[in-house]
Design a protein around this ligand. Structure first.
Ligand code: ACK
Length: 223
């Protein structure tokens, strides 16, 4: 029939509904504004400024937001990515396509490359999570495949100049791998939003006291 040739999208994702988007952007901007004025952050400023210890870093300017806010499930590259077609044909993908749910953002993280939110998926949402999402990151984060499915789930909030958004999930996996290895990090502060930990090399994680819940729609992106 006429629908047999399926056009595979750039990626499948949960897209934040417009009503929720502003609230999430606002909270992340608040976090960036607070972080870059903290003494603990200034102590490690060269992670972001290079050699220049005197330089101030304005994190709000440092990162640039790209495209609609979303949590990628499967990057398909219009069918060219491995497993793209199989994913697009999964019964769960068809069943949930266009449906709304709630995403739970449980942490915010910042590295010299990206700023993002960690997403904790429900069992139902995990039905849409590709089996190999963590394993695919293995060449960059060797311990990634030993992390539980869904570990890579994130919302990219911004990227530094010249950095592609695929980096955000890799930065998150790197932090989770450090945690799993038993690196406690350096808990530097209790902030209003939660507790802030430094993992070295410019990696900061704010575990939210209260998760940010945001309505989303499971769909795909074709541009
Ligand atoms: O922020 P993200 O999750 O990172 O959303 C974008 C989206 O797909 C469109 O580019 C993600 N993305 C790009 N390349 C890959 C890849 N090779 N593996 C997984 N996700 C990717 C990117």
């Amino acid at each position: 029939g006429q629908f047999e040739e399926m056009f595979i999208p750039s990626f499948f994702a949960w897209f934040l509904l417009p009503s929720a988007k502003d609230m999430v952007v606002c909270k992340s901007m608040d976090f960036l504004r607070t972080l870059d004025t903290m003494e603990a952050f200034k102590k490690h400023i060269t992670d972001f400024s290079g050699k220049d210890e005197e330089k101030e870093v304005d994190l709000e300017q440092y990162f640039e937001a790209k495209g609609p806010l979303h949590c990628t499930t499967k990057f398909c590259d219009f069918g060219k990515a491995e497993g793209a077609k199989e994913y697009a044909m999964k019964p769960a993908v068809k069943d949930f396509y266009g449906s709304t749910s709630e995403l739970s953002l449980t942490a915010l993280f910042v590295t010299p490359r990206t700023v993002g939110a960690r997403v904790s998926l429900t069992d139902e949402q995990l039905l849409l999570w590709p089996d190999d999402a963590e394993k695919e990151a293995e060449s960059v984060v060797p311990a990634a495949s030993s992390l539980p499915p869904g570990s890579r789930a994130h919302v990219t909030l911004g990227c530094a100049e010249g950095v592609e958004p695929v980096q955000t999930g890799l930065d998150l996996l790197e932090i989770l791998a450090l945690q799993k290895e038993g690196q406690q990090g350096e808990t530097v502060d209790e902030m209003e939003l939660g507790s802030l930990t430094y993992y070295g090399e410019g990696r900061w994680l704010l575990s939210l006291r209260e998760p940010i819940c945001t309505p989303v729609c499971f769909s795909s992106y074709y541009q």
